[in-house]
Every structure is written in structure tokens, then in C-alpha cells.
Design a protein around this ligand. Structure first.
Ligand SMILES: *Cc1c(COP(=O)(O)O)cnc(C)c1O
Length: 465
């Protein structure tokens, strides 16, 4: 399987290289050259299989020969061993025909663990083949950072730096990053928003001397391997509710568009998905773009669902690439316009996007009200992100079963949940001492040169130590 860049001017890579490279050298994102279709009979055969086996069958065609089959199965088994639920991604019924896919039973309590635990295993295996050292730099709106540190802490050949927006993540999210004690882990508190963190991360990748000098690798959802790992649970949930014999719909609380793009890939692979609904909080650029055809940022407003406080939605570029008939030059031109604040989506591309995605927005008040209402009606405690999804899903209920992705555990956002329900959700036992541990983080300015200097200095220190 080969991977090509959305901007059409970077080398074509195999799976392993695409995973280790992260951002393409032309600034684009890697996508599979062709999406393999899974015949209906093979989809039907997934019903009742363990999560790990579904993962193997869904991802295998994208991996090519990079890992042998037995090796790949072993990596998948190790990745999901630490999950607290035997089903890995259990479904709960919220209302007739409306289901919640609980993706928060991993070690850091957010869906990011599904991809990060696996990519941790896969990168380690790839590095073991070559004996290389790499430097991982990631930007986080809250959950990617802890998931990455959990997946890579203590590894001998990996140094991990996480940029998070200072003061804009929940206390639990921050502590999950700053209490990791392994010395290969570095939590950097950036004076800026998530969009600023992500922009500096892309700047580091676009500085080839730096990138090659520190052997930079990325684990944000610009990394194709992460998106791929998330395709699995769309199949797993859909077959549990009767696919491929009947269609299902999904609603996805969306920030950087990685999770919902995984759903789009599942649909391209042949999974009968009726509606694929983008749910945004008050940072509603994606909802506005689909309605008005204009993708334009108007500043991030901090919300009670901070992991979705994003205006520059990286993976939307992957959807645009297909909507523009895979014209890399056209995408490169749009992304240039984006530097000046936004662009108009062509009529043809807009129609393609609207035929694939529906969308909706949920205000802060609606988010709180949804947490309270669902708690009273069903006894299910929603995190604020999942609540955004549930509210938007309710506006899109139709004949096919609706599956809303629950992206984080309520205990990651206890303040918002307590305000909505009067109940303060407790952390699970493995995190019970989170507030007793010492924190370790480095405040940094939103400045490329300062960040690069810090990374270089820490790497030099590690080599000496
Ligand atoms: C990351 C995250 C999201 C947004 O996912 P994207 O893939 O960036 O669209 C939503 N909810 C939670 C809890 C998250 O951690």
C-alpha cells in the first residue's frame, strides 16, 4: 500500500515510512493512494469477533508487508491489553435507536488511547528494526498529550515533547501530562491556543534542517497511522448493530477532524454508513463551512469541551483533497489562502462534502443541559465533548441506528459534569493518586526558535546523562 501527500509534491511512501514521517515534506498529509474495499461478506464475518481481531482484519490491507501477520497481531494485542473494559469499545443504549460508543476505557480515559497505544507499539517495533532514535513532538488540546506520554514513557530510543495551551486544558488533563515522571517525557506549557501549538509543530516539520537534525516524528492525527487505528471501531460498532445487513449512522464530536475522517475511510471501505455527522461546540468553523461554503477562522473561544477548541482543523485537508478530485495543487493553493484567514470552497467540492457529511453545533448551555438530561434519563454520565455529540445526534435521528462517539470519560472534566448534575465523577483506581503527585512542566513562549532551542538543549542533556 502506497501513501501520497494531499499537496501532491512529496515522495510517495510505504506504510512504515508514512508513519515515521508524519507531516509530508510539502506540508501536506499522507493518505492512501487507493482505499481498499472490504466485501460485504467479510464485513459480516466481523460480527462477534474480539476487538483485536476486528482491528487486524480492518487494518491489515493498509499495512502492506511492513509487519508480518503474527507480528502485527502481537502489536495489536499489546496495545489494547491495558484497557479497562473487555469489549474495549462497548455500546450503551441511550434511547430507542440511539447508542453511545464508549471510547474512554483506555489508560488515559479518552479515545486517543485507541490510536496512541497502537502507534506506540508500531513505532517501537519499527525502531527496533533499524536501531534509530527519534524525537516525537506533539501538540495537544488536552487528550493527545497524555495519551502520547502514556504510550511512549520510558522508551529508550524515543524523546517526547508535548506542547499544550497553558491554562486551557482541564486540571485532570494537565496533571496527566505533568505527573509523568520518566525523563524522556517533556510537557511544555505554551503561551497560546491549541491552534498556535499546532502551527509551531508544523513549523518544526517544515524546517528541514531541524526536522532531520533531531529525527522528528509526529503523533498528532496528521499521522496516518493514528487515523487508521480509529477506523476499526466504526466497523466494530456497526457490525454489532447489524451492518452490513443494515446501515448505521455516526455522530462524532469533532475538533481536528481526525476521528470523523476515520469514519469517512470506513465508509469508503464499504461499511454502510448512512449519515456521518460532524458535531462542533461553539468553535463551529466546520459547521459554518458546510453551511456557507466558506472556511474562515474567527478566533478560538475557550469552552467546557476544550479538546474541541480548534479552528484550524488539520485533517479537514484530507477530506478537501478527495472533494477536489485529489488535486494536490488546488489543495496547496487553498492552504496558502488559509494563512490569510480562510478560503471559499468550490461549488463542486462543497456538494461532495455535503453529500458525505452532515453537521451541527452545540452551545455551552446546550452542552450542560444535555449532560443533566442524559444523566437523569439514563444514568449515563457524559463528558462535555460526548454531550456535544449527543445533542447534535438527536437533531439527526432517522431510521438507521445512530451511534454517538463518547470521546472521553466524564472524570476528565469533573467541574463541568458536577455543575451540570451535582455529581462529581471520581477517577478510576489507576489514576486515584493523580492530585497527590508532583507536577513537572516547562512554560514556553509561542515562538519557534525558542521551542527548537529547548528541544535541542534537552536532547543534548539526555545524551550526556
Ligand atoms: C481529540 C478529542 C476530540 C476531537 O477529535 P478530533 O479527532 O480532533 O476531531 C473530541 N473529544 C475529545 C475528548 C478529544 O480528546
Amino acid at each position: 500500500m502506497n501513501y501520497i501527500s494531499t499537496r501532491g509534491a512529496a515522495p510517495v511512501l510505504g506504510f512504515g515510512e508514512a508513519m515515521m514521517t508524519g507531516l509530508a515534506r510539502d506540508g501536506g498529509l499522507y493518505v492512501p493512494q487507493t482505499v481498499p474495499v472490504m466485501p460485504a461478506g467479510e464485513i459480516a464475518a466481523l460480527a462477534g469477533l474480539p476487538y483485536e481481531e476486528v482491528a487486524f482484519r480492518v487494518m491489515r490491507p493498509f499495512i502492506g508487508g511492513f509487519f508480518g501477520d503474527d507480528g502485527f497481531r502481537g502489536l495489536i494485542d499489546s496495545a489494547y491489553r491495558s484497557f479497562a473494559h473487555a469489549a474495549r469499545a462497548p455500546l450503551a443504549e441511550l434511547a430507542p435507536n440511539h447508542f453511545l460508543l464508549e471510547l474512554f476505557h483506555g489508560p488515559t480515559l479518552a479515545f486517543k488511547d485507541f490510536a496512541m497505544q497502537l502507534i506506540g507499539q508500531m513505532m517501537q517495533a519499527a525502531l527496533a528494526k533499524t536501531g534509530e532514535r527519534i524525537t516525537i513532538v506533539g501538540a495537544t488540546s488536552g487528550d493527545t498529550g497524555s495519551a502520547a506520554l502514556e504510550a511512549f514513557r520510558g522508551l529508550a530510543n524515543v524523546e517526547v515533547f508535548i506542547l499544550f495551551p497553558q491554562g486551557r486544558v482541564s486540571d485532570v488533563q494537565r496533571r496527566q501530562m505533568t505527573t509523568v515522571s520518566e525523563t524522556n517525557c517533556h510537557a511544555l506549557a505554551v503561551d497560546g491556543s491549541f491552534d498556535d501549538c499546532q502551527a509551531r509543530l508544523k513549523d518544526m516539520f517544515n524546517d528541514f534542517a531541524f526536522r532531520d537534525g533531531v529525527r522528528l516524528a509526529g503523533v498528532n492525527s496528521i499521522n496516518w497511522a493514528r487515523v487508521l487505528a480509529q477506523v476499526v471501531y466504526y466497523f466494530y460498532a456497526a457490525v454489532a448493530l447489524g451492518a452490513p445487513h443494515r446501515s448505521v449512522s455516526f455522530t462524532v464530536p469533532t475538533g481536528n477532524f481526525g476521528d470523523i475522517f476515520a469514519g469517512y475511510i470506513a465508509k469508503r471501505m464499504g461499511l454502510p454508513i448512512d449519515q456521518l455527522v460532524i458535531a462542533t461546540n461553539q468553535n463551529d468553523i466546520l459547521d459554518r463551512a458546510l453551511r456557507a461554503g466558506e472556511y474562515r477562522t474567527n478566533g478560538v473561544k475557550p469552552s467546557i469541551s476544550p479538546s474541541m477548541d480548534i479552528q484550524v482543523s488539520s485533517n479537514f485537508e484530507r477530506a478537501l483533497f478527495d472533494a477536489y478530485g485529489r488535486d494536490g495543487k488546488a489543495i496547496a493553493a487553498l492552504m496558502d489562502e488559509m494563512k490569510a484567514g480562510g478560503f471559499r470552497i468550490s461549488q463542486g467540492a462543497l456538494e461532495t462534502l455535503r453529500s458525505t457529511f452532515a453537521s451541527g453545533r452545540c452551545s455551552e448551555e446546550e452542552t450542560m443541559a444535555t449532560i443533566a438530561r442524559v444523566w437523569t434519563a439514563t444514568g449515563e454520565l457524559l463528558c462535555p465533548h460526548s454531550a456535544v455529540g449527543v445533542k447534535v445526534a438527536e437533531e439527526h435521528l432517522a431510521t438507521s441506528p445512530m451511534i454517538t462517539l463518547a470521546t472521553a470519560h466524564p472524570a476528565k472534566f469533573p467541574d463541568a459534569v458536577e455543575r451540570a448534575t451535582g455529581l462529581r465523577p471520581g477517577l478510576p483506581p489507576h489514576l486515584a493518586d493523580l492530585f497527590d503527585k508532583p507536577e513537572r512542566m516547562t512554560p514556553v513562549p509561542d515562538d519557534l526558535a525558542a521551542l527548537q532551542a529547548l528541544v535541542r538543549e534537552r536532547l543534548a542533556r539526555q545524551v550526556q546523562g
